[in-house]
Design a protein around this ligand. Structure first.
Ligand SMILES: [Zn+2]
Length: 85
């Protein structure tokens, strides 16, 4: 009787291990597919480009700035008109 119980326990453990392996394998395949699809979409690039472009005209500017020198000069020269952009 003890041998039959051991065989049943071993069989259940083996089945659980197979289910775990199949689940991990499918999870790996799904994660790889998600990574490939996310790499194709340039969402992060657009965000970075927006961070380094002028708010008014969209010209490329160094990091830490929101407005390019041209728009900044226009804003200084036309202080009365607050809404230039
Ligand atoms: Zn500008």
């Amino acid at each position: 009787m003890m041998e039959i119980k051991h065989v049943i326990i071993i069989a259940v453990v083996v089945i659980l291990l197979i289910i775990l392996m199949v689940g991990l394998y499918s999870a790996l395949i799904m994660s790889k597919r998600v990574d490939k699809s996310s790499n194709i979409q340039p969402n992060t690039n657009t965000v970075e480009s927006n961070a380094n472009t002028c708010v008014c005209c969209g010209e490329v500017i160094p990091e830490g700035r929101q407005v390019c020198p041209n728009c900044e000069n226009e804003a200084v020269s036309k202080k009365r008109e607050d809404k230039i952009c």
